[in-house]
Design a protein around this ligand. Structure first.
Ligand code: UDX
Length: 432
């Protein structure tokens, strides 16, 4: 099939490349000329394991192309995916849909034959209705159909999540459109993905509800971890004990420093905003947002306690600063709160992240980006494991740090007990 993806971020580029790899002809569109030029040279603007090879392979096979000319791309495609950003509006919880509506207007100028227009961006319920209204100002409703098809891709696992999704959600009541999309996704369905056809608004809400629930699971186990620390219980036993109940499931029950990223924070705020627009109080999700927001303070209090409230001039090492492993994404990472706070308290901070230097810390005194793990750890009073990169899972800290009597704060509980002697008074985890 002939597809075009408008927007070449995580969603547009990954979905576009994967659709091409399934044998479709895909045009990826972006208004950023520089990005398009780089993509044509095989330079990928995002850090996503496996993406570069897939882009180069499909570009070489001419199943994948890149352009900044949206009208040309729309005219040549039968199915148009809108994959532009829907960030949180300034001083509000609402999603900014200006890019979605701008693209919808552009599309409406270029419809000469029947088109399926798909919102793949995460959009609040009823956005599809708005897009349909915009397009029908210029185009007869018989010539297009607007569908919601949310993605469930995790950064760092996006290709795998596309090829092996748990479910494909298609929001449309148009039978012909549904049939076309079921055929587009048939290679994934034949590999075991479930196909769900629901209303367009239903599909929009499934996306937000899913992310809000995952964020709830994480905040739930994070708060249980607080209780475990007070009752000398290991939160990992709780996660396993709970997770074996098929009604709960063991995933997304790993206690940590707070959820971050470009989705959970944005989507929990947006669904609460939708709730207030429809006079429905989503009090549980509001509590999740607050719990997650307050979490960094809790963990910083523990850092102070570990250092006996003497932070000034202490050398603190951060291993990992991204919001999770296998990504270079810093959006709403808890390190963005923690490092400036400790720097202002007079600590000397060194961080190492496999994805390198972070501009987020450039204006803070005493914050230095180490080029190696050893350089980061050496001479530290406290080593904090902030992100669960594999690089940190089997380190021999005594070899990396000449200083005696240093502490380790493992905010991801990734150090196997084998590496840390039992009852090691200098090791602190989360929820244990
Ligand atoms: C998320 C959703 O998982 C994905 O389905 C959606 O399409 C986009 O948003 P992403 O934000 O890329 O994906 O990462 P995810 O792996 O979900 O982690 C989000 C945050 O939760 C990270 O900060 C991660 O460290 C944290 N997390 C995740 C936990 O603290 N504990 C867990 O058990 C899982």
């Amino acid at each position: 099939m002939k597809l075009c993806m408008i927007g070449t971020g995580y969603v547009g580029l990954v979905s576009g490349v994967c659709f091409a790899d399934l044998g479709n002809d895909v045009i990826c569109v972006d208004k950023d000329n520089d990005k398009i030029t780089k993509l044509k040279e095989g330079i990928i603007p995002i850090y996503e394991p496996g993406l570069e090879e897939l882009v180069k392979k499909n570009y070489k096979l001419k199943r994948l192309s890149f352009t900044s000319n949206i009208s040309d791309a729309v005219k040549k495609s039968n199915i148009i995916f809108i994959c532009v950003g829907t960030p949180t509006k300034k001083n509000s919880n609402a999603a900014d849909l200006s890019q979605i509506f701008k693209v919808a207007k552009e599309i409406s100028k270029n419809i000469k034959s029947f088109k399926i227009i798909i919102n793949k961006s995460t959009v609040p319920v009823t956005t599809g209705d708005e897009v349909e209204k915009i397009i029908s100002k210029k185009i007869n409703k018989k010539l297009f159909s607007v569908v919601s098809n949310p993605e469930f891709l995790r950064e760092g696992e996006a290709i795998r999540d596309f090829i092996y999704p748990d479910r494909v959600v298609i929001g449309t009541s148009n039978k012909k459109t549904n049939k076309v999309l079921k055929s587009l996704y048939s290679p994934l369905i034949s590999k075991g993905a479930k196909y769900i056809n629901t209303s367009r608004r239903g599909a929009e809400l499934i996306k937000y509800a899913s992310n809000a629930f995952l964020a709830t699971k994480i905040s739930f186990i994070n708060e249980l971890a607080n209780l475990c620390e007070k009752t000398d219980v290991n939160v990992e036993d709780i996660s396993i004990g709970m997770g074996l109940d098929k009604r709960i499931g063991g995933r997304f029950l790993r206690a940590g420093p707070a959820y971050g990223g470009s989705c959970f924070p944005k989507d929990t705020r947006a669904i609460v905003d939708t709730g207030s627009k429809f006079k429905t109080d989503l009090s549980i999700i509001k509590a999740v947002i607050k719990s997650n927001k307050d979490r960094s303070k809790l963990l910083l209090n523990r850092v102070s306690k570990i250092l006996k409230n003497k932070i000034r001039n202490k050398k603190i090492c951060f291993l990992g600063v991204t919001f999770k492993a296998n990504t270079d994404d810093m959006r709403e990472s808890s390190s963005i709160k923690m490092i400036p706070y400790l720097s202002k308290k007079g600590a000397k901070i060194t961080y190492f992240d496999p994805t390198g230097y972070k501009k987020e810390f450039k204006n803070f005194k005493n914050v230095y980006n180490a080029k190696t793990i050893k350089e980061a750890c050496n001479d530290s009073d406290l080593i904090i494991i902030h992100t669960e990169w594999n690089d940190f899972k089997s380190l021999n800290f005594e070899k990396l740090n000449k200083k005696k009597n240093f502490f380790i704060y493992d905010m991801r509980n990734i150090l196997q007990n084998g590496k840390i002697k039992k009852n090691n008074k200098r090791y602190f985890g989360i929820g244990k």
